[in-house]
Design a protein around this ligand. Structure first.
Ligand code: UT7
Length: 328
């Protein structure tokens, strides 16, 4: 087992106050609480209001991790934001966050890997620390997915929610930190989960608004199968790289897209569900933010204790998938 180069130091998160239940959805769409619960495990999700922009949620999560670590924004040399729902397309969400935090000594940029974004961002942060480009990297995963989903499409609308999570990545100090990581992609399958319009290839116009191609489109069943296979692959690879077996893992914190995907991932790894952190029932799929929010919750409720070995895994649009093993 290699000595960690970088560690995660402190956590923070923010989820909007507004709770939207499955029953409320069943009044808007041809769906039901029973269908949503049985197929996804989701009971409710959080929906950001007009005063809760991606930047606001990212700032709230960042301020929590800064308070946790007793750092100030001036102690941060890089702000890395994982998101696929930025407030605006230019400049990056990270630059907006850098500005409102007053992180005057920091570089700032976004990582675009959809639901895998937080794990990709941890890898980038580890690299910045290893190259001595930064002592403290603020990693924030923040999503306002409800602003880019089609509220008239029952096959996607019921799945997503909003929120943000954060951590600081710094040089490993006491043997704790990132033991291994694995990242992968397959862009040939991009069109199974994507936003067809609104970018440079199809700039916004009236037709685009009419046909809803500005919103997230997903071939759910195909994505489901790929997610199960890919998260299993990622866990196997990260464990092998760490020289560990699944039995060495104290807590699996998977991407929270669907309880059936989470259960299949745990089964593949041979981990009982009491070693798996689940909050998809309360937040739905918050894309990049999901593992970051779950980690913060797990730390704050005492499920994560010093010395534990954690495994994160995620899968998302791209396709992208990844896993990270961490000694807490
Ligand atoms: O975050 C990373 C990527 N995202 C994911 O990992 C999500 C992966 N996919 C999934 O979680 C699941 O595929 C879904 C939850 C999206 C769908 O569940 P499913 O068991 O794969 O259902 P399905 O797509 O095969 O649809 C079954 C039926 C269809 O009706 P017909 O054609 O059998 O008559 C759908 O039209 O369920 C229908 N359906 C719904 N019914 C009620 C689809 N959405 C809904 C809905 N309420 N909200």
């Amino acid at each position: 087992m290699r000595r960690p180069i970088a560690e995660l130091w402190g956590t923070g998160s923010y989820t909007p106050k507004r709770v939207l239940t499955n029953d409320e959805f069943s009044k808007m769409l041809d769906t039901s609480d029973q269908w949503i619960r049985e197929r996804t495990g989701i009971r409710e999700r959080r929906v950001a209001g007009a005063d809760e922009s991606n930047a606001c949620m990212a700032k709230a999560a960042a301020e929590q991790v800064l308070a946790d670590t007793e750092l100030t924004a001036l102690d941060v040399q890089a702000v890395v934001v994982a998101t696929c729902s930025p407030d605006r397309l230019l400049p990056s969400q990270a630059c907006d966050l850098q500005a409102i935090l007053g992180a005057k000594n920091a570089a700032a940029f976004d990582v675009g890997a959809a639901c895998t974004g937080f794990l990709y961002a941890l890898n980038v942060a580890e690299g910045l620390v290893a190259a001595e480009q930064a002592e403290h990297v603020l990693v924030v995963a923040s999503e306002k997915l409800t602003s880019i989903m089609d509220w008239t499409d029952r096959t996607t609308a019921v799945l997503f929610g909003d929120g943000a999570g954060a951590t600081i990545v710094r040089r490993g100090t006491t043997g704790r930190g990132i033991l291994s990581s694995y990242m992968k992609s397959d862009g040939t399958l991009a069109e199974l989960l994507y936003r067809p319009g609104g970018g440079a290839a199809h700039p916004p116009d009236e037709a685009l608004l009419k046909d809803h191609s500005y919103y997230i489109k997903m071939a759910g069943r195909e994505v489901f199968k790929a997610a199960v296979l890919s998260m299993a692959d990622a866990c196997d690879k990260a464990l092998a790289r760490a020289g560990l077996a699944a039995g060495d893992i104290d807590l699996l914190i998977p991407h929270q897209a669907n309880i059936r995907i989470i259960e299949a991932t745990a089964k593949h790894a041979g981990l009982p569900m009491d070693k798996v952190y689940v909050n998809v029932d309360r937040f739905g799929n918050t894309s990049a933010a999901s593992v970051a929010i779950a980690l913060d919750e797990a730390v704050r409720c005492g499920r994560v204790q010093p010395g534990m070995k954690l495994m994160f895994c995620a899968f998302g649009a791209g396709f992208t998938w990844a896993s990270t093993v961490v000694q807490w």
